[in-house]
Design a protein around this ligand. Structure first.
Ligand code: NAD
Length: 485
């Protein structure tokens, strides 16, 4: 049965009569799961006003108390973890064990940022002026406009909401059109666990209508956006004009280098996970696998066998589910077909649903592609699906050059037993995250994540670095009298 989701403004559902509604269909079998408003400018303005109204009171709550409220919310998330994981799994089509892992990650984020309420450290400074002492304090920016995609919906929401709240901002979250019920459940649980009033508002709608209106609203002091590089560029233009704070977490075309001295089984394991887990819908997906000539043929054979052995579906234990929707499936299959026309070799996959999945599902079989030229579109542009290109190189210098040859720079990995090679590569590759002998995996709550080049605008979330996104630093100085009075 389909569920009608409504905007959550001032801790209450606010239906928007007359506003057109967007449908969310199951990526697994096409069933209608939910509908949501394509919120208008007026709807967005109402949500922002609610956040503005709540700001004075929320920012006056001490950081330690804000942390205690987030701890309470984390406890509620723990109690409801299974329900939330089921919603995430149904909306995204990911197998339940992956959804559970994601919910666990969101709870860890809550715990981490709740703890920051007891720190929110700033600095004391010396001065050249006798009698003058200085220190910095962190202050909230105001209303935080948070815009997220649905690939890891609860993690994406947690990633932004908790640091924004602990810094004393109020929030208007623009949920993804592909995972509205995840956001709805999150907001209602926050409210039930004491984060009340207009502190956390959630609006639903398309990027073109609702997202654009949120970014344009001058009362929104900081916008944090996770999504595609193209949309990030548009948002940056608007925020640049109105000089608002902006954090962009964008796309990637992440290289994994396999050296000739690598542990082959381990490299194959991590290459498959990097490329295909979450159906390749990870900004950190290892979508370019760069392998040294001496082991290339053996590695290719083993990776193709691994890719062919992966199970698709939504059942527990499946390796990967469908991609987000049929449009995304069509885009990915078209890109593979174009690569084929351009002379690429499709080593495995390249097709839509495996025969035992519903015809209306947005499945893409795990696909490995050998390219005649590294410049081919499929090796340069993020596809956000279970597709990776394989590249043969002679040595590490060539591998590095190739790794650095796209406009992105989010994550990278290298497999080698040689610490000197690993270190040489790690310091030269253009990426915000570099991993040795694991996958092109993302971050943990206390680790900064973000990218070089077209993968972002230089900010890092989460980790304590996220506090810099969501707070203003103020330097306060005193001049005290040196004589006793
Ligand atoms: P998308 O850019 O199409 O949409 C992301 C969000 O932005 C959605 O909520 C959408 O409604 C909204 N949006 C779209 N147009 C907008 C506009 N003009 N103004 C304001 N909001 C707008 O991305 P997607 O396809 O949903 O997600 C996939 C992308 O997200 C990939 O490029 C992936 O790499 C990236 N991503 C990055 C990270 C990271 O941390 N770097 C993490 C996850 C996903």
């Amino acid at each position: 049965m389909s569920i009608d989701v409504h905007n959550w403004i001032g801790a209450a559902e606010r239906p928007s009569p007359g506003t057109p509604r967007i449908e969310r269909h199951s990526p697994h079998d096409g069933r209608l799961l939910s509908t949501m408003p394509d919120s208008s400018v007026a709807d967005v303005e109402r949500a922002v006003q609610s956040a503005v109204d709540a700001l004075t009171a929320w920012s006056a709550v001490t950081p330690v108390q804000r942390g205690n409220l987030i701890y309470g919310f984390a406890a509620a998330l723990r109690r409801e973890a299974e329900t939330l994981a089921a919603i995430v799994a149904e909306e995204t089509g990911k197998p339940i064990q992956d959804a559970r892992g994601e919910v666990g990650g969101a709870i860890q984020l809550a715990d981490f940022f709740a703890g920051e309420g007891m720190r929110l450290y700033a600095r004391t400074l010396t001065s050249g002026m006798p009698g003058k002492t200085s220190h910095t304090v962190r202050q909230p920016i105001g209303v935080a406009g948070l815009i997220v995609p649905a690939n890891t919906p609860i993690a994406n929401i947690a990633w932004k909401t908790f640091p924004a709240l602990i810094c004393g901002n109020t929030v208007v979250l623009k949920a993804s059109e592909d995972a509205p019920r995840t956001a709805d459940f999150f907001a209602k649980l926050a409210s039930a666990s004491g984060i009340v009033g207009g502190v956390l508002n959630v609006i639903y709608g398309s990027g073109a209508t609702t997202g654009t209106a949120l970014v344009a609203d001058a009362r929104v002091g900081v916008v944090s956006f996770t999504g595609s590089t193209g949309v990030g560029r548009k948002i940056a233009e608007v925020m640049g004009r109105r000089l608002g704070r902006l954090s962009l977490e964008l796309g990637g075309k992440n290289p994994m280098v396999v050296c000739d001295d690598a542990d082959l089984d381990r490299a194959v394991h991590w290459a498959a996970l990097s490329a295909f887990s979450n159906a390749g819908q990870r900004c950190a997906a290892g979508s370019r696998i760069i392998v040294m000539d001496a082991i290339y043929d053996r590695f290719r054979e083993a990776l193709v066998a691994r890719a062919r052995s992966l199970t698709l579906g939504v059942h527990e234990g499946a390796d990967l589910g469908p991609v987000m929707h049929k449009r995304q499936q069509a885009t990915i299959l078209a890109a593979i077909a174009r690569a084929n026309d351009d002379g690429a070799t499709i080593l495995c996959g390249g097709s839509s649903a495996p025969t035992d999945q519903p015809a209306d599902g947005a499945y893409v079989a795990p696909t490995l592609v050998e390219v005649p030229s590294h410049d081919l579109d499929i090796a340069q542009r993020e596809l956000f699906g279970p597709v990776a290109t394989l590249h043969r190189v002679g040595d590490l210098a060539e591998a590095l050059e190739l790794a650095n040859s796209t406009e992105y720079g989010l994550t990278a990995a290298i497999h080698t037993r040689d610490v000197d090679r690993a270190n040489w590569f790690a310091h030269r590759v253009r990426a915000g995250v570099v991993n040795v002998n694991i996958g092109t995996y993302g971050s943990e709550p206390h680790m900064p994540f973000g990218g070089f080049g077209a993968s972002g605008n230089g900010t890092r979330e989460p980790g304590v670095e996220a506090l810099d996104v969501y707070s203003e630093l103020k330097n306060i100085s005193f001049l005290t009298r040196s004589e006793l009075i």
